[in-house]
Design a protein around this ligand. Structure first.
Ligand code: ASP
Length: 316
């Protein structure tokens, strides 16, 4: 039996729900494992859940294999507009940016919105101005665009492109939830959005209760999937509601995802934790790359039902 203390700290990470082409599956798994180890390193050294989730998501934004930061999906005009959110379960403080351009790490900008403004979300040009005021360097849009993202964009611009196929092969949005050794809980999520989305489209990610929620009293959720569906059911808060009603992190995640599927035909996935460090990584999509570290063990998987375990210290 684990004591409550032995379960903490914990971090759970996702690399996006969807249909990942076979040749990219390995990359997708390797990245979330590396990011989970990075976040856990902070927690093990006594760092906060907030520092851990921001570091983890930063690592994934910098990894071109994911739809966040470098590697973001392109909008219909071939541009990159990104959304990100953070939330601190201790105080319910939250910060987000939406449709932001030319920053390497939207999650860090979201954290600055939380720490340095009285607002919860800054959008588009206002978010860029705030980034400049905070001394965050502007990066060329080109530096965020990968050949893979451009290839998907072109393919989906074709007049005969099928809208379902359109989102297939989209590399994942990224997110993390963590509980630190003191029992504080945080979440972070970051995305380039949906492939070929309209300019100015804002998805679930920067919307509190949709693209993430954290409350020390209940737990935290970071979701991924069809943003419009996630918003319709306020997925993160819906899952925490079920936990408030006594469901486990896994049951609540499954209930939320099942409701989204049946009510609005939306597919997606989540990583969830409760205050004791009990965690879940669940999805209704074909795949979701996920990884968790707890008690020096690294857990990970990609397909439904997969759950591999190895020592958190062995780099694979
Ligand atoms: N939820 C994200 C969005 O709609 C996309 C994703 O998770 O893949 O922008």
């Amino acid at each position: 039996m684990h004591s409550m203390r032995a379960m903490l700290p914990v971090i759970v990470v996702h690399g996006g729900a969807g249909h990942i082409p076979k040749e990219r599956a390995e990359l997708s798994c390797a990245g979330v494992k590396e990011a989970a180890r990075g976040g856990y390193g902070i927690l093990r050294a006594g760092g906060s859940a907030m520092d851990a989730v921001v570091e983890t998501v930063t690592i994934l934004e910098n990894n071109p294999a994911y739809n966040a930061g470098r590697g973001s999906a392109l909008n219909v005009k071939g541009g990159v507009e990104m959304d990100a959110i953070v939330m601190d379960g201790r105080t319910l403080a939250s910060g987000a940016v939406s449709a932001v351009r030319r920053v390497a790490n939207p999650v860090q900008l979201a954290r600055l919105v939380m720490d340095k403004t009285n607002h919860l979300c800054l959008t588009a040009e206002g978010a860029s101005q705030f980034a400049r005021a905070m001394g965050i360097p502007e990066v060329p849009e080109e530096s965020l665009i990968t050949d893979y993202a451009r290839m998907r964009w072109k393919k989906n611009l074709a007049p005969d492109a099928n809208p379902v196929e359109c989102q297939m092969g989209k590399m994942g949005t990224v997110g993390a939830v963590a509980v630190d050794a003191e029992g504080n809980i945080a979440c972070a999520t970051s995305t380039g959005g949906m492939i070929n989305q309209m300019e100015g489209r804002v998805g679930d990610t920067p919307c509190i209760g949709c693209g993430g929620y954290a409350d020390n009293k209940t737990g935290a959720v970071s979701p991924t999937g069809h943003g419009e569906a996630i918003m319709k059911v306020t997925l993160s808060r819906l899952i925490l509601f079920h936990m408030e009603q006594g469901r486990s992190a896994e049951e609540a995640s499954d209930l939320g995802l099942a409701y989204m599927k049946e009510r609005v035909q939306g597919l997606g996935g989540v990583v969830t934790v409760d205050p004791k460090g009990v965690w879940a990584a669940r999805f209704s999509s074909l795949q979701m790359a996920w990884a968790a570290v707890q008690s020096e063990q690294l857990h990970y998987g990609l397909y439904v039902g997969e759950h591999f375990t190895e020592s958190a210290h062995e780099p694979s």
